[in-house]
Design a protein around this ligand. Structure first.
Ligand code: PRP
Length: 214
């Protein structure tokens, strides 16, 4: 499958099954992980360019606040959050603070459990909270977080790198979305399968045969 070459990153990107790339990218990941990974779905340069546009949009929207508290959903969102927060602080007028929260839904399986638990959180303060989440799959985690923050009367916005819901969850508040992706099992850029692939710079599709083996 040949990835689609894209050059505009200003709006949410609808990723086709063959994936997206920019010119001149040669993903090295397949050499090392070719037996486990089917293809690159979103290349690292596409991620970088889309994040720059998202940071600008968020900066414009939220500049009226003195500072924003970035609430990073562990563990998968760490690379996304780390890149986005630096873009926000360096390239926009807004000032950032940082908090973490951990939820659990997948375990080591490719298919999410229905029940989502909030496991760890500290004090979540701030005039406005920006929830930073790597992926919305069935939506259980984000829904749980929305309820959690709403119950505590915390004003918030949500920022999601990958939306896999295919617009089937209208109750979810998705303020900023990077990419809409097909229903494939993805890893890389913080996302894992059975604990693997978090450290890859591209977002990749894990081979179906591998998912069946677990
Ligand atoms: C993954 C992912 C999201 C959530 C999305 O987290 O990082 O938080 O699942 O799924 P949902 O929309 O169906 O709820 P996971 O529980 O695997 O934890 P991790 O981030 O530590 O990998």
């Amino acid at each position: 499958m040949q990835a689609k070459v894209i050059s505009s990153f200003d709006k949410v990107i609808d990723v086709p099954v063959e994936g997206v790339t920019t010119f001149n990218e040669k993903p090295a990941v397949l050499e090392k992980y070719g037996k486990e990974i089917d293809r690159v779905l979103i290349s690292k340069e596409c991620i970088k360019r889309r994040l720059e546009a998202m940071a600008k949009e968020i900066g414009d929207d939220l500049k009226k606040f003195k500072e924003i508290n970035c609430l990073v959903v562990l563990k998968g969102s760490i690379f996304f959050a780390s890149d986005l927060i630096r873009l926000l602080d360096e390239g926009t007028p807004i000032r950032t603070k940082l908090d973490f929260i951990q939820c659990s839904s997948y375990g080591d399986k490719a298919f999410p459990n229905e029940e989502v638990k909030i496991e760890k959180y500290g004090d979540i303060e701030g005039e406005i909270i920006l929830v930073i989440e790597d992926i919305v799959d069935k939506g259980g985690t984000l829904r749980k977080l929305q309820e959690f923050l709403t119950k505590r009367g915390k004003p918030f916005k949500t920022c999601v790198l990958l939306d896999k819901t295919q617009d089937k969850n209208p109750d979810l508040q998705l303020d900023y979305v990077g990419f809409k992706i097909p229903r494939e099992f993805v890893g890389g850029y913080g996302l894992d399968y059975a604990g693997m692939y978090r450290g890859l710079s591209d977002i990749v599709v894990v081979k179906k045969e591998l998912l069946k083996l677990q």
